[in-house]
Design a protein around this ligand. Structure first.
Ligand SMILES: [Zn+2]
Ligand SMILES: [Zn+2]
Length: 442
């Protein structure tokens, strides 16, 4: 027996499990969801293929957004367009009063040349940072959009049984800017939609999002309470010295040696200064540029890199230490270092523990037990911007088909990225069940 004292000592997520297990979706409703999603699976796959064949880069998702808006209008939803750029919001009011749940999909593609042999493979071109590039849905956002369009249709058909409101968020620019004209600090993607009030009017109580992931077999979903995806901060370091002849380095200040020391010093922040028993962290330098001749020590060196953490406090601490480390090492030789972080970066995606525990029975039920605990992934997502404002849960949707090894499947952003389309129905069933179970239903 559980007494009140032991209840008080229980973590919030266990309490939530106790409180809500009884609401986990029951067989008739599950069968109804399965039938409704099954009946429109071919249509959903058709949308995905159409969007796949017509991929659009960040904040250029005009065709995709128009497709989504037209579909939501046809369903009779309240539709808002141009929310935070090309974003679309659809509001479905259930027959009964209740809470508000938001479901989010992202719509943008990447500057990647598709190498998958599909009849609907992309041959599209687009403008990325002012240059013409090949464009591909190499992150599965075509699937996310199709899944949410289908979920909107299924839930519209079940409106009479919904207690509360479902908000469908179709977000642009998850992958970051594609326009060279975008100025430093400008809000795009999730942040721009939050600025535009997507979580208000009516106020959202909880938000769910998913991501197609070839690392898991199709049929599974992977969840994780707490941090699931890392923060992502891009940075540049400019090391300035004094140009001189390579034969007389004492006549100048060598920024190349200083830059080399900074690269090594940066690695000791993660290995020697951060409490890695709390959360892991990763710091990578991806580019070093400087100099043009073997016997000239250049005036300056520029480095580019990325840093990832799973905790807001560790993130702030790491960025601070990076600045101190680079500046101090440069100063030791008379050089100077300027560290700049691209604003705004991505915060870690941290799933609300109580909400995750509350929805876990639903995830298990709707996948017939194939809900697995996900590892932390050191990729980033701007879904974190919604989670800063309201409790949210982000999960992975298994995308690798039978007979293939999820561990060796081409990852997101690869030109060979591929999904098994059976994942789309799993995604639509899961999103529908999450919304219904969160809100409560007849
Ligand atoms: Zn991506
Ligand atoms: Zn993505």
């Amino acid at each position: 027996m559980m007494n009140s004292k032991s209840l008080l000592l229980m973590p919030a997520f266990l309490l939530a499990t106790l409180a809500t297990t009884a609401h986990a979706i029951d067989s008739p409703v599950l069968a109804d969801i399965q039938a409704r999603v099954g009946a429109m699976e071919t249509k959903m796959i058709g949308w995905r293929r159409d969007i796949h064949q017509h991929p659009e880069l960040s904040n250029q998702e005009h065709r995709t957004a128009a497709l989504v808006a037209e579909h939501l209008r046809r369903l009779g939803l309240e539709v808002r367009t141009n929310v935070g750029g090309t974003g679309i919001v659809g509001v479905l009011r259930g027959a009964h009063p209740g809470k508000v749940v938001a479901l989010r999909a992202d719509m943008d593609a990447l500057p990647v040349k598709e190498l998958v042999d599909l009849p609907f493979a992309s041959r599209a071109k687009g403008k990325h940072m002012g240059r013409e590039v090949d464009v591909m849905h190499a992150c599965g956002h075509d699937g996310h959009t199709a899944i949410l369009m289908a979920t909107a249709e299924v839930l519209s058909g079940m409106k009479d049984r919904i207690h509360g409101t479902v908000k469908f968020i179709f977000q642009p620019a998850e992958e970051g800017p594609s326009e060279a004209s975008q100025h430093e600090g400008e809000h795009i993607g999730a942040l721009a939609m939050v600025d535009a009030g997507v979580l208000d009017n009516p106020r959202v109580d909880a938000v769910f999002g998913l991501h197609l992931m070839p690392g898991f077999p199709v049929g599974t979903v992977a969840y994780r309470p707490g941090p699931i995806l890392a923060s992502g901060d891009s940075f540049s370091i400019k090391v300035s010295g004094k140009q001189t002849h390579g034969g007389f380095p004492w006549n100048g200040i060598d920024p190349i040696v200083s830059a080399a020391q900074i690269v090594m010093g940066m690695q000791t922040i993660v290995s020697r200064q951060l409490d890695l028993s709390r959360e892991p962290a990763v710091l990578s330098i991806g580019a070093i540029r400087g100099g043009n001749r073997e016997n000239i020590i250049p005036d300056s060196v520029e480095m580019l890199g990325t840093v990832r953490t799973f905790d807001d406090g560790m993130r702030a601490d790491t960025l601070e230490r990076m600045r101190t480390t680079a500046e101090s090492i440069a100063r030791a030789s008379g050089a100077s270092a300027e560290v700049r972080f691209q604003q705004p970066g991505y915060a870690p995606t941290i799933n609300d523990e109580a909400l995750t525990a509350q929805m876990l029975p639903t995830l298990k039920r709707v996948t017939d037990g194939k809900a697995v605990l996900a590892p932390k992934l050191s990729a980033s997502e701007d879904f974190s911007e919604y989670q800063k404002k309201v409790p949210g849960m982000f999960f992975f949707l298994g995308a690798t088909g039978p007979g293939r090894n999820p561990a060796t499947a081409a990852p997101n952003h690869s030109p060979k990225f591929e999904i098994d389309e059976a994942a789309l129905a799993v995604g639509a069933r899961t999103m529908t069940a999450l919304a219904l179970d969160y809100l409560g239903r007849d």
